[in-house]
Write a new protein. Structure first.
Length: 335
């Protein structure tokens, strides 16, 4: 019987990538496999979240007599757990943790990487069945191998990322990750419980007709942003305007759609949040890395996101990301 070798699982893909770099240690492949495993566990819980009321809401005791955790805490524990018990990560930063989590055991202290997560972004959308996701970033540690990692290992510019990715728990569950070699997407095949390559070598179309922004904040945006939004709504032979507005309030879904179809996503600074809402280290840096590798651009309105020197783990930044030509059109207004 012919073996179906067309379908390539995430593990097979990362191992094949490893074969292309014989002197690689395999730690990154191992780390991505660990993330894929945690994502499958989170996927199970997210998919039954709508049933939580039947199974007991967060803070109650479920039928197994276990305390039901908030899903974002559960997700954080899954990713922290697989990485702490793996061999490829020395510590993590997480939207769910005030401070970095240093694994500080002999194996972990000799690992090459640290990971940064938003374990379950947009979790407030769960009870209305809007897709939510996990966002992750992988940095090389900069402090001496063999010692516990410190904040310095996490407070690095996004340009230093080795890999970055996201998982969308939606109509299907997809894991997309980027290294400098490209961006690839893997869809979870429930029949075998494996992520399988479904979106090889993702390229962000240089232009598109989708703009994503929260119009409710319009009168809090700086004038240049308001002018660009107005331009998106007007007929324009050169740019193909008017564009379509699409915004579901879950950045993993909004940016994934724009990455595939072409488009621009904006979370500008607003009057009462001049530093913006989104987090630099584990929301904007990963997406900036992914979209740039796919051919797009990402800025804070002035600077390339990946060149920003972080000062704090949970710092915010205004965020503009998407198709190259649409970003350059926006930059024309911001200058
Ligand atoms: P707003 C979800 O809470 C999130 O962090 C992102 O996923 C999303 O893009 C943004 O906030 C939505 O924020 O203020 O438009 O509701």
């Amino acid at each position: 019987m012919a073996i179906n070798r067309k379908v390539q699982t995430l593990d097979e893909f990362t191992i094949q990538q490893l074969r292309n770099f014989p002197n690689a240690t395999g730690e990154l492949s191992g780390l991505l496999r660990d993330i894929g495993l945690a994502a499958k566990r989170v996927n199970v819980e997210v998919n039954k979240a709508g049933l939580v009321d039947i199974l007991g809401d967060a803070g109650t005791i479920n039928v197994q007599g276990e305390a039901v955790k908030k899903l974002d805490v559960y997700a954080n524990d899954q990713f922290a757990g697989v990485l702490q018990h793996g061999i490829s990560c020395a510590g993590i930063a997480s939207e769910e943790l005030d401070e970095i989590l240093v694994f500080d055991d002999e194996i972990s202290n000799n690992s090459k990487y640290v990971c940064l997560f938003d374990p379950l972004d947009g979790s407030s959308n769960i009870d209305v069945n809007v897709a939510i996701g996990t966002i992750f970033s992988v940095l090389p540690r900069v402090t001496p191998k063999g010692t516990p990692v410190t904040a310095a290992d996490f407070l690095q510019k996004g340009i230093k990322q080795i890999a970055a990715g996201y998982v969308i728990y939606g109509s299907s569950t997809i894991l997309v990750y980027a290294t400098r070699r490209g961006v690839n997407g893997f869809t979870l095949d429930p029949s075998i419980g494996e992520f399988t390559l479904s979106h090889p070598d993702i390229q962000c179309p240089p232009t598109g007709k989708i703009y994503s922004v929260n119009h409710g904040n319009y009168f809090q945006y700086q004038q240049a942003v308001q002018q660009y939004i107005s331009a998106c709504q007007q007929k324009n032979e050169a740019t193909g305007g008017p564009y379509t507005q699409r915004y579901i309030g879950s950045m993993v879904s909004d940016i994934h759609r724009n990455l595939i179809k072409g488009g621009i996503f904006m979370y500008p600074s607003i009057t009462n949040r001049p530093e913006g809402k989104l987090r630099l280290l584990y929301e904007c840096n990963p997406f900036a890395f992914i979209v740039e590798i796919a051919g797009g651009k990402a800025t804070d309105g002035n600077r390339r996101i990946l060149e920003i020197q972080p000062k704090a783990i949970h710092e915010h930044t205004p965020f503009f990301v998407g198709s190259k030509n649409m970003m350059e059109e926006l930059e024309g207004y911001l200058k």
